[in-house]
Ligand binder design. Structure first.
Ligand code: C2E
Ligand code: MG
Ligand code: MG
Ligand code: MG
Length: 279
């Protein structure tokens, strides 16, 4: 770009930019190897039904244990993997692993898997999902796909077809990070959704900010009317937890209930955070 700008113009290089590009390149190369080297694993975070206090499922969250850099957050490497397309392959691994793990859990507990819009754009997604289910023997109604609001909005009609195909298999669909993207109410009306995950920002601000509280209440109410369940994300305190229960939110997820953690097969019941019965 700087070159095209021509002579006499100020080149738009920032200090450190060359290093950033090199570092990014390195990370991408490492990512290509990471699957084969078994550097990815899944952490599971419990989701609690607020009316009963029961843990009804877990969200699978990918973790990358880099050999020299330590744990790298998905917030850092997933966007890169979306750009270079590796997220399709990584996402296939996530689906397979999550279904295999969930098949060992007590009946009824579901697993929620984050799926990138890039995965949705390839016809491979449906294939990856059906083979992960077939291989693990997990019933499709125990799998939930989480898609961000931004993805749903960006890809409109195409996504609607993909979602319909998944739902026909019995898989549930959740809109992730609701309230942060650019959705309109028309999307909520037109897309076949089973759950709305209310973004953490509304939850953490509700007690201090009237407008966050108003949005939170309105979304919960709308969910009730539409018969779409609402899951509050990022519940960190007892006060938030109590508020959400009082407002009639269907379910909650957050550090107060349980942090994402490894869940080896067979140990899931020992790990019931805080004891579901405590609430
Ligand atoms: P997300 O799907 O919205 O997941 C929730 C994020 O909030 C997780 O971050 C989780 O650890 C964090 N979190 C949960 N409870 C609390 C809380 O009480 N307080 C705070 N401050 N944070 C909380 P994580 O694991 O770092 O993941 C970040 C994002 O990366 C996810 O956001 C999701 O968009 C993406 N991601 C994670 N795993 C995958 C994956 O397997 N595939 C794809 N495509 N994306 C993934
Ligand atoms: Mg999610
Ligand atoms: Mg989320
Ligand atoms: Mg989020």
């Amino acid at each position: 770009e700087a070159k095209r700008a021509g002579r006499g113009r100020v080149a738009c290089y920032r200090p450190g930019m060359v290093e950033e590009v090199a570092e990014r390149h390195r990370l991408e190369e490492d990512m290509r190897q990471a699957l084969a080297r078994g550097e990815f694993h899944l952490a599971y975070q419990p989701i609690m039904a607020l009316a009963s206090g029961e843990i009804t499922g877990y969200e699978a969250l990918i973790r990358w244990r880099h050999p020299t850099e330590g744990e790298i957050s998905p917030a850092r490497f997933i966007p890169l993997a979306e750009e270079n397309g590796l997220v399709v392959e990584i996402g296939e691994w996530v689906l397979r692993q999550a279904c295999r793990d969930a098949a060992t859990w007590p009946a009824g507990r579901h697993v929620a898997v984050n799926v990138s819009t890039v995965q949705f754009r390839t016809p491979l997604l449906l294939k990856h999902i059906t083979s992960a289910l077939a291989e693990s023997g997990l019933s499709p109604n125990r799998l939930e796909v989480e898609l961000t609001e931004t993805a749903i909005v960006a890809d409109g009609a195409q996504i609607a077809d993909g979602l319909a195909a998944l739902r026909a298999l019995g898989i549930r669909i959740a809109m992730d990070d609701f309230g942060t993207g650019y959705s309109s109410l028309a999307h909520l009306r037109d897309f076949p959704l089973d759950r709305i995950k209310i973004d953490r920002s509304f939850v953490s601000n509700a007690l201090a900010d009237r407008h966050s509280m108003a949005v939170l209440k309105a979304v919960i109410r709308m969910g009730e009317e539409m018969e779409i369940s609402t899951i509050a994300e990022g519940v960190e305190s007892e006060a938030e937890f109590t508020l959400l229960r009082e407002l009639g939110c269907s379910a909650a997820q957050g550090y107060y209930i349980g942090r994402p953690a490894a869940m080896p097969a067979g140990e899931q019941d020992a790990r019931r955070v805080g004891g579901a019965g405590a609430f």
